[in-house]
Design a protein around this ligand. Structure first.
Ligand SMILES: Cc1cc2nc3c(=O)[nH]c(=O)nc-3n(C[C@H](O)[C@H](O)[C@H](O)COP(=O)(O)O)c2cc1C
Length: 460
């Protein structure tokens, strides 16, 4: 096969695993999810591997199962912004992206936090905007009721536009050169915003972020979510679909939507979350993959994940026995709270039954088969090639790697796969810029007026 002469650049980012069953806590090398040393290790490894950014997802309320805290996975973690601020002190080039909900937070507070993180890190901050998928989470907050799905993205767009308005209310260089630390006249402007969601006015208390605007990511896959991301975000934390066709279609769909808002393909980067298992040979990698999956899907976790699909108490079932004959509960009342319910759950149950029957699998074997597959399995060389091929094939611009182990889950990848990517000529050998925006190849965020999607006014 002839190699293409120029290959597209591969981008990498690091996900610090959170509330999910992907982290293998029983592994002898598993460390704390709370100690700063764990965050530092993963972030510094990512920086050694020249990754674009370190990424924290968010769980706003402890998940529950059958009315009890779901403690088969990690429960609780230090808050996002302080963790990222602490990491700013022990890294130099790595971007620092935090997931913060747009439904329950206020513009002034959020704009201040991300501006501060951007200033303290010399331009490395990013905000992954999510809207949340359940009212259960909203009960932790007091804004007086949850929003309908359609309104969540209206608020998200308004919130991001408001934050940008606040950031733009300061000039880049507000100090009067002759005034000895006094503000130049007009360098800090009043803001005011009246919309369906906000009625705010005043002056913003934090100087303009180092990047002008911190980088914006979006995660949420409905049509409204995709439109919001395509219009507003710099990058998407995307799903990794099951087949190359679906991945290409999803990737192209995001880029098409971006184009419909007058944006070029490089102004919206697509980063699916992916996992990996490595070995010196293909067979060893497959065995490692199998081992990781068994560590992820304990007998209890297998039942918990099946309950999520069946929406029923299945604690009486043997994880090593056959799938339940009983039909899934299709009612609205969810057995799992704080985790979005798949709306294809009943169909999924049929699919699970078909796979289990065909391959003669127990509950646990079935869940291992369908739920926890490593995305990239192979030797460092074959994994590097597969990562590069998928970028060339229009399935992704880069990857957010989700390791199965804290804190050392990226060590082997950075030591073995990154050099292979560099040998293929598809990966950087040094950081090209200082800020996250520069390293992602994004345009600087100027202080020019921002078109305001919420009110169709021009802000600031
Ligand atoms: C890849 C991906 C990652 C997500 N990560 C988070 C997260 O860390 N925290 C969170 O509250 N929601 C997260 N979400 C949920 C979305 O923010 C959103 O609330 C949910 O998907 C419902 O929106 P939608 O209908 O547009 O998909 C994620 C969604 C996707 C697709």
């Amino acid at each position: 096969m002839t190699e293409p002469t120029t290959r597209r650049e591969v981008r990498l980012a690091a996900h610090f695993p959170g509330v999910n069953h992907h982290t293998v806590w029983s592994h002898p090398d598993a460390g704390s999810n709370i100690d700063f040393a764990s965050f530092r290790h993963l972030a510094q490894t990512a920086e050694r591997g020249l990754f674009d950014f370190f990424f924290l997802a968010e769980g706003l309320r402890l998940r529950e199962r059958k009315g009890l805290i779901h403690d088969l996975d990690v429960v609780g973690r230090p808050d996002t912004i302080p963790v990222l601020a602490a990491l700013a002190a022990v890294t130099e080039r790595l971007g620092l992206i935090g997931t913060i909900n747009a439904t329950f937070n206020e513009p002034d507070q959020l704009a201040k936090e991300f501006a501060s993180l951007d200033l303290l890190s010399d331009g490395r901050a990013g905000w992954n905007v999510v809207t949340s998928s359940d009212a259960f989470t909203g009960e932790n907050f007091r804004r007086g009721g949850y929003l309908d799905a359609a309104d969540r993205y209206v608020r998200a767009a308004d919130l991001v536009a408001a934050a940008r308005q606040l950031w733009d209310s300061w000039d880049d260089d507000p100090i009067d050169p002759f005034g000895k630390a006094l503000l130049r006249e007009g360098a800090v402007r009043d803001f005011s915003r009246t919309s369906e969601q906000f009625d705010i006015a005043g002056t913003f208390g934090t100087p303009r972020p180092a990047q002008g605007h911190p980088v914006i990511l979006q995660a949420g896959d409905s049509a409204d979510g995709r439109d919001f991301g395509a219009r507003t975000a710099d990058a998407i934390f995307a799903r990794w679909w099951e087949t190359p066709e679906k991945r290409r279609e999803s990737f192209a769909d995001f880029k098409r939507r971006a184009a419909s808002f007058g944006r070029g393909p490089d102004e919206l980067l697509i980063f699916p979350g992916v996992s990996f298992a490595l070995g010196d040979t293909e067979q060893e990698a497959r065995e490692n993959d199998r081992e990781i999956r068994r560590g992820q899907i304990t007998p209890q976790t297998a039942i918990a994940l099946l309950e999520h699909v069946w929406n029923r108490d299945l604690s009486g079932y043997d994880p090593d026995g056959p799938l339940p004959a009983i039909e899934p509960d299709r009612s609205e009342k969810a057995i799992v709270k704080g985790q979005s319910r798949r709306n294809d759950a009943p169909d999924l149950a049929d699919r699970y039954r078909a796979i289990a029957a065909e391959k003669n699998l127990s509950i646990r074997e079935l869940i291992i088969e369908v739920q926890a597959s490593r995305t990239f399995v192979g030797t460092p060389k074959t994994v590097a090639r597969a990562l590069a091929d998928a970028v060339d094939n229009g399935e992704a611009d880069g990857y957010i790697l989700v390791p199965h182990l804290i804190p050392a889950g990226l060590d082997e990848f950075v030591d073995s796969v990154v050099p292979e990517l560099q040998d293929l000529g598809v990966y950087r050998t040094e950081y090209p810029g200082e800020t996250l925006r520069e390293n992602l190849g994004l345009r600087p965020a100027g202080a020019q007026p921002v078109a305001d999607p919420a009110s169709h006014r021009v802000a600031s």
